[in-house]
Design a protein around this ligand. Structure first.
Ligand code: NAG
Ligand code: NAG
Ligand code: NAG
Ligand code: NAG
Ligand code: NAG
Ligand code: NAG
Ligand code: NAG
Ligand code: NAG
Ligand code: NAG
Ligand code: NAG
Length: 389
């Protein structure tokens, strides 16, 4: 049941100016969307400390090495409005096309939220900034993700699987709703496939795709009045047979959480990091836990705190060559919680936090040579957005 329809018009007058900027460092933030496109680790938007959402797109180049004390950040074509709490996934067919789904758009000028209603497609290959972004209407259901956030989209077999989410609003908290629907977009036809919903609703969970096509959903908020998903049970969606089932998980007791991150390790375990609990984003324990998907047991690794991140929530995590790369987020264990703009790297082969890694570049696709500074095209967008309900 969708109460809102966007049948309006977006008029954009685009004035493009080219200039060159030095590499910079992104501000502190959380709730950014993140995606690994080939060797570029992208971050889209996020909520700034300055109480606005960022329209920036940043990336780290993983083609050679990464040193967390001397990071080289690259700016890419910005988004038209500030963007938070959306979901990004990359097409494994080309490893360059990023789909952004849901989330909230923030108009910096009027300090007001709009909601991302359509898919945004980002082509990380395009040389022209203008060719990078494409805003898409999907036939039949353009308003599906209007006012919807807290999802994690998963790309498998030319389809994008998007489960649940929430439509929390600062203005109307009594109308907040969690969703449990599974929406599947066939990217070859750009049509939605009708699918069965989960029995649970959830937002701010993690979704991890296994090689067998099953998506493991862990944690999240399952009830608006502070109900959290049990960590002793996971929901599984099979992208081949298109059905839901649950699995009990034994082992260590793992604190319920939302806003955590999850990656699949080389030995096919799911590593989760961080997250928070309750209205004040309270720290959760243990911060790092491992779900063995052969034995369906949780374990807590004994990790040295040397070079470890602070406890974070609404950060990002990506696995790349056996390294779990953690970025940004809200630091939960301090009195006055603050955001982070730091990168932390976990060597998942021996559970050691490291500060620098180098990759054997002969095994990786090299990017075309880039200088220490890069050319970006800045857009001034004057948008008139008419929403007809
Ligand atoms: C995309 O990346 C994945 C893993 O990083 C790799 O297995 C796959 O071969 C890549 N696909 C293409 C088309 O390069
Ligand atoms: C990106 O570039 C590679 C190599 O040039 C090409 O194979 C791929 O199709 C491109 N992807 C897109 C989305 O244009
Ligand atoms: C959330 O979605 C439900 C169901 O579509 C709707 O009744 C409610 O008004 C929405 N809440 C907000 C804050 O938009
Ligand atoms: C959420 O929790 C409250 C209190 O436990 C309960 O009354 C309500 O039915 C729950 N809502 C859903 C959708 O499960
Ligand atoms: C959240 O923090 C506020 C301000 O410190 C405090 O008054 C409130 O009791 C806290 N709520 C919970 C559930 O801890
Ligand atoms: C964790 O590792 C440290 C250092 O290697 C060791 O001193 C400690 O006993 C270990 N703790 C457990 C519970 O294994
Ligand atoms: C937290 O903020 C309050 C109010 O600004 C301030 O009084 C307090 O000293 C701060 N605490 C810390 C640990 O920074
Ligand atoms: C962890 O493994 C890496 C190689 O995978 C090695 O370089 C590093 O020294 C190891 N660290 C520890 C503490 O054993
Ligand atoms: C990372 O950069 C710092 C500062 O330049 C340097 O001191 C350190 O040796 C580098 N680490 C590695 C492993 O290269
Ligand atoms: C990089 O990998 C290639 C092929 O796997 C290997 O021949 C070469 O020795 C490696 N180089 C380094 C510096 O490890």
């Amino acid at each position: 049941m969708n109460c809102f329809k966007i049948t309006g018009y977006n008029f954009f007058i685009i004035i493009s100016i080219s200039f060159v900027i030095n590499q910079g460092i992104p501000d502190l933030r959380y709730k950014q969307a993140s995606a690994l496109a080939g060797t570029k680790l992208y971050f889209f938007g996020g909520w700034f400390t300055t109480t606005t959402a960022s329209p920036e797109v940043w990336y780290l180049d993983l083609s050679n090495s990464l040193n967390t004390t001397t990071l080289t950040w690259y700016n890419d074509a910005t988004m038209p409005l500030g963007y938070i709490y959306g979901s990004a996934c990359v097409s494994p067919i080309d490893n360059t096309t990023v789909y952004l789904i849901g989330g909230r758009m923030f108009n910096l000028n009027v300090q007001h939220f709009y909601y991302a209603s359509e898919f945004s497609i980002f082509n990380s290959n395009a040389s022209q900034s203008r060719a990078k972004w494409q805003y898409l209407n999907v036939n039949g259901n353009t308003n599906l993700f209007y006012k919807r956030d807290g999802m994690q989209a998963v790309f498998n077999n030319e389809k994008i699987f998007i489960y649940g989410g929430s439509n929390f609003s600062v203005d109307h908290p009594s109308l907040d709703q969690l969703f449990g629907d599974m929406n599947v977009l066939d990217t070859t036809t750009m049509l939605w496939l009708p699918l069965e919903s989960s029995v649970y609703s959830s937002a701010a969970y993690t979704a991890t795709l296994l090689p067998n096509g099953q998506i493991i959903y862990i944690g999240g908020l399952t009830n608006v009045s502070s109900g959290y998903a049990k960590m002793s049970e996971v929901q599984i969606f099979d992208t081949i047979f298109l059905n839901w089932f649950n699995k009990c998980v034994s082992g260590d007791s793992i604190g319920a959480r939302l806003g955590h991150s999850a990656v699949l390790s080389h030995d096919k375990s799911i590593i989760i990091y961080g997250g928070s609990y309750g209205i004040n984003n309270t720290q959760v324990f243990p911060d790092t836990a491992i779900l063995n998907i052969k034995t369906w047991r949780w374990s807590t690794p004994n990790i040295s705190q040397v070079n470890a991140p602070p406890p974070l929530t609404f950060h990002s995590a990506t696995i790349y060559n056996n390294y779990m790369i953690i970025a940004f987020g809200l630091i939960t264990n301090v009195e006055n919680q603050t955001f982070s703009n730091k990168i932390y790297i976990l060597d998942t082969q021996n559970y050691t936090w490291v500060t620098a890694i180098s990759f054997n570049s002969s095994n990786l696709n090299r990017l075309s040579t880039e200088n220490n500074f890069m050319r970006i095209e800045a857009y001034i967008l004057i948008g008139i957005i008419v929403f007809i309900y």
